[in-house]
Design a protein around this ligand. Structure first.
Ligand SMILES: Cc1cc2nc3c(=O)[nH]c(=O)nc-3n(C[C@H](O)[C@H](O)[C@H](O)COP(=O)(O)OP(=O)(O)OC[C@H]3O[C@@H](n4cnc5c(N)ncnc54)[C@H](O)[C@@H]3O)c2cc1C
Ligand code: FES
Length: 309
């Protein structure tokens, strides 16, 4: 871990009213917000040191407020000249819904720690090499910096993105701008090719033959399907795993993943791994370990919101 900045130390303010969520002198100010749908939103955060240090494939641990939960989020974009990083978040549970509801431009997160994780091996596909970058749903955001990195390195980049339907599409133009070819798929056929991203991968392989690498990011079930699609073609395939993470530093063991016959910690050994060696069924089982607690946390938080409004 190259943790360059830690959570803000909340100085005691004798006699002062407690800070509201997101209020304070934190450096992690939200400078832009965009809502892509009811559940997906983007936060651009001022963080010059992180913007300077971030590399494709890395993530941060975000802490919304002093008593908030720590959650891992991929650095979906970074702008070194503006000194900002971008997070794209899906509101799935208590903390991601809390951030969606309570944080807007001008407010600030309590802590943003990182950059964490081993950067993606962008140099693996050299100049003139061909790579397919696949994003499923929210996965479009974390695979974007990798696609841009490959392109900057001189690789021929084929983008394959998939959404359930057109209304959920985001970053189409942005993603397309770093690709030599771009295929968009939708489950219902409302935009692009009707079908899953695996159909887009098959189409690209059929057209090009020689592909040096496929990078796929999205829900585990989608990454598993991508791995099965490329296995038969013997194409090197990399996925970014998202097990439950707690400290993000290799200390707690919470993010254990099975890679071949070895146990790895996704936060320090990954999150990128060889897709053909990942035990996806184990990953999916472990992701649901705390389902009951997570449900209760949302219910309790929703009650607090209702009481407060
Ligand atoms: C390396 C990495 C990068 C990620 N990048 C993004 C991203 O860019 N955008 C995004 O929206 N989500 C991302 N996630 C997932 C995100 O961390 C979880 O959605 C979030 O922690 C859920 O918290 P919650 O309180 O809102 O929901 P909860 O109700 O607590 O959990 C909902 C589901 O999210 C997962 N989850 C819960 N807690 C954690 C945790 N501490 N670590 C990982 N997963 C957890 C579990 O599958 C759980 O069933 C990433 C996860 C990892 C490991
Ligand atoms: S999150 Fe604790 S070891 Fe990876």
């Amino acid at each position: 871990m190259s943790g360059i900045l830690d959570a803000e130390q909340d100085e005691s303010r004798d006699g002062a009213a407690p800070r509201r969520q997101g209020e304070g002198k934190s450096t992690f100010e939200i400078v832009a917000r965009e809502d892509f749908s009811d559940v997906t939103y983007l936060l651009e955060i001022s963080h010059p040191a992180m913007a300077k240090a971030a590399k494709p494939g890395q993530f941060v641990i975000a802490i919304p407020h002093e008593h908030g939960e720590r959650i891992p989020l991929t650095i979906a974009d970074f702008d070194r000249s503006k000194g900002t990083i971008t997070l794209v978040i899906q509101a799935v549970g208590k903390t991601t819904k809390e951030i969606q509801r309570n944080f807007s431009v001008g407010s600030a997160l309590f802590g943003v720690v990182g950059p964490m994780g081993t950067p993606s091996d962008i140099g693996a596909v050299g100049e003139g090499g061909k790579v397919i970058c696949v994003g499923g749903g929210l996965g479009v955001a974390p695979v974007f910096p990798q696609a841009r990195g490959f392109k900057e390195n001189g690789a021929y980049v084929i983008g394959v993105v998939g959404f359930r339907s057109e209304s959920l599409v985001f970053w189409k133009d942005k993603f397309e701008s770093v690709c030599d070819e771009f295929i968009i798929c939708s489950d219902d056929g409302s935009i692009g090719m009707k079908g899953l991203v695996t159909a887009g991968i098959e189409a690209a392989i059929e057209k090009h033959g020689e592909i040096d690498e496929v990078v796929a990011i999205g829900p585990p079930i989608m990454m598993k399907a991508c791995a099965e699609t490329t296995r038969g073609h013997a194409i090197k395939t990399t996925v970014s795993l998202n097990p439950v993470m707690i400290d993000g530093t290799g200390m707690c063991g919470g993010c254990r993943v099975k890679i071949g016959d070895r146990m790895k910690f996704a936060c320090v050994d990954g999150p990128d791994f060889d897709a053909h060696a990942v035990d996806f069924d184990d990953l999916m089982n472990r992701l649901h370990r705390f389902a009951e607690e997570e449900k209760l946390a949302v219910e309790k938080w929703s009650e607090t919101c209702r009481a407060g409004s």
